[in-house]
Design a protein around this ligand. Sequence first.
Ligand code: B3K
Ligand code: ZN
Length: 874
Amino acid sequence: MSVKPVIYLKDYTAPKFQIDSIALRFDLEAESTRVTSLLKVRRHPDFPEATQLQLDGHESLELVGLRLNGQVPDSSLVRRQGEQLLLDPVPEVFDLEIETRLYPAENTALEGLYLSDDMYCTQCEAEGFRRITFYPDRPDVMSVFSTTLVADKARFPILLSNGNPVEQGDLDGGRHWVTWQDPFPKPAYLFALVAGDLSCLEDHFITASGRRVALQIYAERKDLEKLEHAMTALKNAMRWDEQVYGREYDLDIYMIVAVDFFNMGAMENKGLNIFNTACVLAHPRTTTDAGFQRVESVVAHEYFHNWSGNRVTCRDWFQLSLKEGFTVFRDQSFSADMHSAPVQRVDEVAILRTAQFAEDAGPMAHPVRPASFIEISNFYTLTVYEKGAAVVRMLHTLLGAETFRKGTDLYFDRHDGQAVTTDDFVKAMEDVSGRDLTQFKRWYSQAGTPRLEVTDEYDAVAQRYLLTVRQSCPPTPEQSEKVPFHLPLSVGLLRADGQPFILATGQTTQLLEVTQAEQTFCFDGIDEQPLPSLLRDFSAPVKLSYAYTQQQLRFLLQHDEDGFNRWDAGQQLSMRLVQQLIESFQRGEALALPKDYIDTWKALLQNASEDPAMSALLLTLPSEAYISENAAVIDPVAIHHVRQFMRKTLAEALESSWLRVYQQHDGEQAYSPEAAEIARRSLRNTCLGYLMALDSPAHLALAQQQFETSDNMTDQFAALVSVAHSGFRDSADDILTEFLNQWQHESLVMNQWLMVQSTDPRPGALSRVKQLLEHPVYDSRNPNKIRAVIAAFCQQNAVNFHAEDASGYRFLADHILLLDKQNPQIAARLLTPLTRWRRYAPARQAQMQAQLQRIIDTGNLSGDVYEVVSKSLK
Ligand code: B3K
Ligand code: ZN
């Protein structure tokens, strides 16, 4: 039933024809767009026998005209077959002119050329260019692009494309044109254009070698005041990439455009990034601190792609992690340098361990370099991005920062202007280090999350400490047997007084290289029984177990010098308790929290001012998603209940402490985006959350007062959530209405307003969600709105989504079927919670499976949805 075939990495063949240059012309007319492209084609010398030129073109693409060396070719030479246009025979060198017609206003898939509000924009990665014209739409075909845009001058005064503007002029009938030229050869997925009535924030950057680069960030006029933060982030990222990677920007102009309708976060088109407004606009009044940080990291991520992705690109889409994993690692390191490194690390690992580990344990599990796919859009995954980044981080850890940098220098130098593979990346690391990384490369080809079981033995007489590590990896689809991974295990040893041992390296942390299924590491000169601190800074993406006692975990929480492990010890303490309480809940027993657990929290609260940002993390219970990922059988009701019980009990037991810390961290001055202030707000709002779990009118008044008086969205939004999700139903309705009235004209704030309601765990959520879909601020074609309501409900409101009557599952399936016709990429993404059906008890399994079956039985699905559903049912 799938129209699209499975594509295998092993079938890769190099392109037989090169495109030396492509000149594009877009006539943006009222009803449609005419695209002409002139290709200079040349047969690749490696394939002297080749006569067939294969161009990609989406089935919906309308071919208007074709000329080969100026002549209309005989129709027997031209064939359209599925997604391809075949010309056979063609000469060795020739010109090809192609004319196509597009209907951007009808393009709801948001791939290729489309309209976002009243603005034309494009999204070509991975395979959107084939919706614009017939072309070898594959990343290993790199060409020099020039682009002419022609449009109505009043309606579209700004016409942008990649590279530098080289010519422009006016035409009759109020139209104008601009020609752009990009001197750097690039694959088609990096092509972009924008046409609209846009305002611009301008600045500039002087590169390390003294070149001046114009920086322009475009948005709708009303959003002009929200661009400052992105500009600062961009300049910081440019400086950082020069300092840390020795990479300078290469064009004279760097542009970012904010658009409202966008399938993901942002896109790194050469010289012309296109961003989801949610990832570029920021203002203290309308954006939370988390939003500010997201803008900074996405701006940096897309900028870093200019080298890791654009100058050196991917040979084929199986190599996606070559650019994505590496670039995520780069943006993570940047954020760590800009903010608190341990806090940043905790946030990253939380995503990896929750969502990526769940992906690795589900039916869509795939290696960092997948071996096959039906629809590449389905492989922009946490595995390719986040685990891919973890793999690059392990190389950095194993080789050390200095050698790693030599490796990236060699990689960029060796492959500049090329389309390469993850093997090429690792080869550069091998060449600079002289190490054999053959075994390490299994991280690219084996899926699944490895398990490490660690045991130890202390010999007091010999003063010797032995750590034994056993590794294994559970089976994943199409990979039942696994071979051992090569991974860095960072370890420290603590003395009974909490001081660290100085280890053989002269340091307090030592790197163990695990390569075998079972391996024992020996530490000599250990003069007392040590307590191990394992997997420091989360040095490898694995699940590690060691039989700590509760007391040892509390000791680590207090004394470990590794910030990440301190936090993790706290998480492990809570997780154990969560598991016990879930069992009690399932047996219908009364729940209680042990006194020593409460005392631990009390101590954390007492010292909270020392490091408010880390304290806020330490004082946050493991998320429902993380608890689910670690459950043998997920019981969403029990998980929700237990976590709420723990929150409420901690709130009650430590009420005066929460209140004291809340009051102590009351900001006196006006809002500031500084790290210390972000930390203060995050700790204070954590306290407010606990206080509001108590359903006390006094605390309600506190939250309402914070809502009314705060001068920034972080504090206002935290207050909103705490009241909207509280037991005070009238107050919840009132505050939501007030917030709506205040912010109804701010689309991004309205996404937050929708999300608060979709994630409200109290009963009746589904009917409230259905009402939201009818609300004027909702727009069923805008992916941000779909994410704020449908995705938020299905992914962040487990207790309601998994309602016993299967209403949540039916709701999701209904919307997937509707959306598949409109925007298959978004529809396929929404499927994620249903794909996890095997993790639940039999009754829920059957209900979830039934909805997947219902989707597949309707037939006529997109390749995107078909691939996910069919793999889930296997
Ligand atoms: N490279 C883009 C993602 C494109 C997704 C296409 N379905 C954004 C990024 O990762 O930087
Ligand atoms: Zn990226």
